[in-house]
Design a protein around this ligand. Structure first.
Ligand SMILES: [Zn+2]
Ligand SMILES: [Zn+2]
Length: 201
C-alpha cells in the first residue's frame, strides 16, 4: 500500500468517527466535512492563490498561462477573472448546464460549427464573443441535450433572449423587410442594402 492509499484510508476512518479529515478534531453539528478552522484556512489559501494568479495574469482557476478571455467584450475592458480556455468552458458548462463536466462536448460543438455563429456565420472566439444558446430556451421547456445547444455571437444571444429558433429568425426577417420597404431615409443605411438583403424583402 502506498502513501496516498494509506492517507485515503485514514481520512475515511476519520469520516466514520465524524472527525475533520485535516486535523482530526471532532466535528460539531454545524460543521460540514471539515472543521471551521480548516475550512477557513482552505478558503483563505484559495483566495490568496486566486489573487496571486490574478497579479501574474495567468488562469485564476488552474494557473495556465494561456488566457482566452483577456477582454470583456460587454465592457471592452480587460477581464478581471482571467481563465484559460478549458476553465472558461467549464464555467460556461456549469453556468448553463448545471455541471462543469460537459465542457468537452461544448468544445466539440464549437469545432463542429467551424467556430462560426449558428445564426449569423460570424467568426467566434471562445472567451471573447462566443456565447452558448438553447435553440428552444429553457423558459420554454427546452432541455440541455447537445442537439438543443448551439454557439452564437454574444450579441445574437442578447437579442434572442427567450425566443425559440424560428421566432427569432422570423423576427429578424420582419426587421429587414420593414426597413427595406420603408426605403429612402427611413429605410436601411445605404451600406446595408446589397442584393443579399433585398432578396429577403
Ligand atoms: Zn480541522
Ligand atoms: Zn485554467
Amino acid at each position: 500500500m502506498n502513501r496516498n492509499q494509506k492517507a485515503k484510508i485514514y481520512r475515511l476512518h476519520l469520516k466514520e468517527q465524524n472527525r475533520c479529515p485535516n486535523c482530526a478534531r471532532q466535528l460539531g453539528k454545524d460543521d460540514n466535512v471539515k472543521c471551521k478552522r480548516c475550512l477557513e484556512l482552505t478558503r483563505s489559501y484559495a483566495k490568496h492563490k486566486r489573487i496571486d494568479r490574478q497579479k501574474q495574469g495567468v488562469c485564476t482557476s488552474c494557473g495556465n498561462q494561456k488566457i482566452c478571455n483577456n477582454i470583456n467584450i460587454h465592457t471592452n475592458k480587460p477581464s478581471k477573472n482571467l481563465l484559460c480556455e478549458v476553465c472558461y468552458l467549464k464555467l460556461v458548462s456549469k453556468h448553463h448546464l448545471g455541471t462543469s463536466t460537459r465542457w468537452v462536448e461544448l468544445r466539440e460543438l464549437f469545432d463542429k460549427q467551424d467556430k462560426k455563429c449558428f445564426y449569423t456565420g460570424v467568426d467566434m472566439t471562445i472567451g471573447i464573443n462566443a456565447s452558448l444558446d438553447h435553440k428552444i430556451p429553457k423558459a420554454k421547456k427546452g432541455n440541455n441535450d447537445i442537439e438543443n445547444l448551439c454557439w452564437v455571437d454574444w450579441k445574437i444571444n442578447l437579442m434572442k433572449r427567450d425566443l425559440d429558433m424560428n421566432e427569432f429568425v422570423v423576427l429578424c426577417k420582419k426587421v429587414i423587410s420593414h426597413r427595406i420597404a420603408l426605403g429612402g431615409e427611413m429605410g436601411l443605411p445605404i451600406s446595408l442594402k446589397p442584393e443579399a438583403t433585398r432578396s429577403l424583402a
